[in-house]
Design a protein around this ligand. Structure first.
Ligand code: IMP
Ligand code: MG
Length: 175
């Protein structure tokens, strides 16, 4: 059985986190047009909160990639949905839910970089730096979290719990 009763980050803290990240992004782009690339499915809650706080002209596109099954990365990045927008010469901000090993975003950065965007930056709601296998650093990040598996605010365990309004720790308990 799975217990998700332990709240790690409350909805109020999440709301403040979004405000902080949005104001840093607004400051960095200084009114320049931006293409926000949301990584499905986990980033859908964060991105919907975040884009409503951005003050430059914004277009939004999504990609879906996967390297995970259950709790573990399979080490192979599959593109399930590609961009619909031409990003050549544009400011691009990849928005992800969480950076764990850093593998997903490193692969994505390399892939999108080949299309010669004007700029290519990364924003993540959560960061687990203890788990990193490369030197990937987000340009904008919400909150650093410990090495624990969390769900809620878009994050899932096997597709479940994305709808939880707080970020909660997953505890596996015997039935
Ligand atoms: P990375 O490639 O290891 O950095 O993995 C990033 C992806 O792993 C995220 O987009 C999430 O889908 C998933 N992930 C990593 N940690 C967690 C977690 O604690 N809860 C839910 N999903 C996670
Ligand atoms: Mg994800």
């Amino acid at each position: 059985m799975i217990d998700t009763s332990k709240v790690l980050i409350s909805r109020d803290e999440l709301s403040k986190m979004v405000d902080d990240v949005a104001s840093k992004i607004n400051e960095a782009y200084n009114g320049e047009e931006l293409i926000v690339v949301g990584i499905l499915t986990g980033a859908f809650v964060f991105i919907s909160d975040l884009v409503r706080k951005l003050d430059m002209p914004v277009t939004i596109d999504f990609m879906q990639v996967s390297s995970y099954e259950g709790e573990n990365s399979t080490g192979v990045l599959k593109v399930k949905k590609d961009l619909s927008t031409d990003i050549t010469g544009k400011n691009v901000l990849i928005v992800e839910d969480i950076i764990d090993t850093g593998y997903t975003l490193q692969c994505l950065k390399n892939m999108l970089g080949k299309n010669n965007p004007k700029s290519l930056k990364i924003c993540a709601a959560f960061d687990k730096p203890d788990r990193r296998v490369n030197d990937l650093k987000p340009d904008f990040k919400g909150l650093v979290i410990p090495d624990e598996f969390v769900v809620g605010y878009g994050l899932d365990y096997n597709g479940m719990y994305r709808n939880l309004p707080d970020v909660c720790v997953v505890k596996f308990v015997e039935d």
